[in-house]
Design a protein around this ligand. Structure first.
Ligand code: RRO
Length: 314
């Protein structure tokens, strides 16, 4: 039987499996990151970090139902020094993506300067799309401000020379995706991760007539299978509009091998698992890998390059 290879290459960063964890889920502490390091996840992606540790928002701040999840975690993390020290101490044998999410553009520069000094980081995943910050309630997501994003990238690539990807919020208009792709195409971006959770969703407990999470009056980011069509649409459109050397990492609604296949068919080079990882635990990577390989075998494909981006229109 011919071997099926699910490895991938994110602009020179080699992954033995194209399935990895999404930032934010079970990737905050030493124990959680070590578990990902030992698992069949193709990479280790950290929780988005800030200059100093944060407790995050008040609980309850996460809720899951059969079709998805809602969260308003509020960026709880152990601070950038912890993640850089983890990397130096453990030296993972798989790519390590440091996710950063400063509370201001100035803090993002500080974080990037710090990461720039670390020799072992494979790439930064710059989070332009955290939806749940109470202290920023009167400001929009950076990823929805095209002018600020462009100016920010312009300044950061003057001093940052290592691989950098951006994690984007979902866009709902073709025009917005075209505009963001036009901006990203002007910079040496390594990859784009789309999408972060759908911001400002609301889930209700009809029995108690309440929200299901406490912060921000119950509003939070929506993830899980319910957001897959939006993830696929964003991947597909960015695949069409982005420079071909910018890889796409798909995120949103990965629960089965079929979902992995769909993301890659739309143009993703790898996928990240968030809500389903939280639900199922570290076993999820073995299961998804098995299901994905079984689909490829049935279709007579031997590598993701056989079908990546090759979605047909009926
Ligand atoms: O911590 C969070 O509330 C959070 C972040 Br930083 C993010 O990027 N996406 C999300 O759904 N939650």
């Amino acid at each position: 039987m011919k071997k099926i290879d699910i490895s991938s290459n994110i602009n020179g960063i080699k992954l033995t499996s194209c399935i990895m964890n999404a930032s934010g889920v079970l990737c905050c502490t030493e124990k959680e990151l070590s578990e990902i390091m030992m698992s069949s996840s193709g990479a280790v992606v950290t929780k988005s970090c800030t200059m100093i540790p944060r407790e995050g928002n008040l609980e309850p701040r996460y809720f899951k139902w059969n079709m998805g999840s809602i969260n308003s975690m509020g960026l709880p993390n152990l601070g950038i020094d912890f993640y850089l020290n983890f990397l130096e101490k453990k030296k993972p044998k798989k790519p390590f993506f440091l996710s950063i999410s400063g509370l201001s553009i100035e803090e993002n520069y500080q974080l990037i300067r710090k990461a720039n000094l670390s020799p072992n980081i494979n790439a930064i995943e710059l989070n332009l799309s955290c939806p749940n910050l109470i202290e920023k309630k009167d400001q929009g997501l950076l990823g929805y401000d095209f002018y600020k994003t462009s100016d920010f990238l312009d300044n950061l690539f003057k001093f940052y020379k290592k691989p950098l990807g951006v994690k984007l919020p979902p866009y709902f208009e073709d025009f917005h995706i075209k505009k963001m792709a036009f901006i990203l195409n002007q910079f040496p971006i390594c990859f784009v991760t789309c999408i972060n959770s759908l911001p400002n969703g609301l889930f209700i407990d009809i029995n108690h007539e309440t929200t299901v999470i406490h912060p921000k009056k119950g509003f939070g980011g929506i993830g899980g299978s319910i957001i897959k069509p939006f993830a696929l649409a964003n991947i597909r459109k960015f695949y069409i509009y982005l420079r071909k050397d910018i890889s796409i990492i798909g995120c949103g609604g990965i629960c089965s091998g079929k979902d992995v296949f769909e993301h890659i068919l739309c143009g993703a080079s790898a996928v990240q698992v968030g809500t389903q990882f939280f639900q199922e635990g570290i076993q999820v990577f073995d299961r998804l890998k098995k299901e994905f390989i079984s689909i490829l075998r049935k279709k007579n494909y031997f590598s993701i390059e056989n079908f990546k981006g090759q979605l047909n229109v009926i």
